[in-house]
Write a protein that binds this ligand. Structure first.
Ligand code: HEC
Length: 183
């Protein structure tokens, strides 16, 4: 017979590995559909967010901070990295700094930013170490990576999709990207 404690334990385990007990910064594990102001929107892989509260067993309310341009939320005014987008929502005026609240399934959140980029990292080392040793993402700023990739994408013969995939990884982990304090 199961004790009350065992039942409680099973319920807790069923709620998933993501615990809101200590709600610090978490990261978008995978590009995901979300609701912003009850309308469909998208948040993009790697974006740091703050968990505000549990909505129910499955969903959480999160907050994203960025700069608005054309109903998209970016990391900065150079639009170096996209954080969120929507078709019909109005995020705000162009150039406005904004905090947006979104409802997301908790399975799309992780506490470890490194986990997000494991496959990207593998692709990077496979693709970009054929001619020289790897240049770590944190060696350059987001803007520098854009300039460098303009040449190196050609050297590595990447198609458009591969180029985008790699650029997001390098810029997210750049010395002024998502995970560095000096923006
Ligand atoms: C076909 C060979 C080749 C491949 C593949 C290649 N590179 Fe390079 N890379 C070079 C050469 C040659 C240089 C040095 C000359 C130059 O700066 O253009 C260089 C220089 C660099 C630098 C230094 C630039 C600077 O201004 O300090 C970075 C960073 C870099 N590569 C990143 C990458 C990345 C990221 C990839 C994968 C997309 C890549 N490389 C793939 C040949 C290559």
């Amino acid at each position: 017979m199961r004790t009350v404690l065992q039942k409680l334990l099973i319920t807790l385990l069923a709620m998933g590995s993501f615990s809101l007990a200590s709600a610090g910064d978490v990261f978008i594990f995978q590009t995901a559909d979300v609701k912003i102001d009850n309308k469909k929107a998208t948040v993009y892989i790697g974006t740091p967010v703050k968990v505000l509260k549990n909505v129910d067993d499955k969903n959480a309310l999160i907050e994203l901070s960025g700069m608005v341009f054309d109903n998209k939320l970016f990391i900065n005014k150079d639009k170096s990295l996209l954080l969120a987008s929507a078709e019909k929502n109005t995020f705000g005026k162009n150039g406005e700094e904004k905090k947006l609240q979104a409802i997301i399934e908790k399975g799309y959140l992780t506490k470890k930013s490194a986990e997000v980029w494991e496959e990207h990292e593998e692709f990077f080392y496979e693709t970009c170490t054929q001619c020289h040793a790897a240049h770590e993402p944190s060696e350059h700023s987001m803007l520098e990576w854009d300039a460098i990739l303009a040449t190196m994408n050609g050297f590595a013969q990447l198609d458009e999709e591969e180029a985008k995939y790699l650029a997001r990884y390098l810029k997210a982990n750049a010395n002024n990207g998502f995970y560095q304090k000096s923006k």
